[in-house]
Design a protein around this ligand. Structure first.
Ligand SMILES: [Zn+2]
Length: 127
């Protein structure tokens, strides 16, 4: 069994329980292969708050990529009404989580999320 007995690989907190974090599927349920940078392919060890933020970062990145495709008129997961709604709810959830944490996320800026949500809101929801 492999394990990591040191500190969180994001915030470097030591001594707490750590979770092995590996990006399996992306926000739209697709396996990670071509979209993710190679740095995300190997599992890392994060403390509980950092695991949550890592998840948020992953979803944020996936949604932003699909948003850019939609804006560019390319095929996008967000052209499906269900996915569009889900992405919009997820961004709202992210903003709530980011506002509710005392320390800033090591992975994600609240301003970026707010901006993406505002841009998403300017689009008409697909049917
Ligand atoms: Zn951490």
């Amino acid at each position: 069994m492999d394990s990591w007995n040191e500190s969180c690989q994001a915030c470097e907190t030591a001594g707490g329980p750590l979770t092995k974090f590996s990006l399996g599927k992306d926000f739209f349920g697709r396996p990670y292969d071509r979209l993710s940078p190679s740095s995300d392919q190997s599992p890392k060890w994060y403390c509980a708050p950092c695991s949550i933020h890592k998840n948020l970062q992953r979803d944020f990145r996936d949604i932003r990529i699909e948003f850019d495709k939609l804006r560019a008129g390319q095929g996008s997961e967000l052209s499906k009404g269900d996915e569009f709604r889900r992405a919009s709810l997820r961004l709202q959830e992210m903003i709530a989580i980011l506002r509710g944490t005392k320390q800033p996320s090591p992975f994600l800026s609240g301003n970026d999320v707010t901006l993406l949500m505002e841009r998403l809101n300017t689009l008409t929801m697909p049917v």
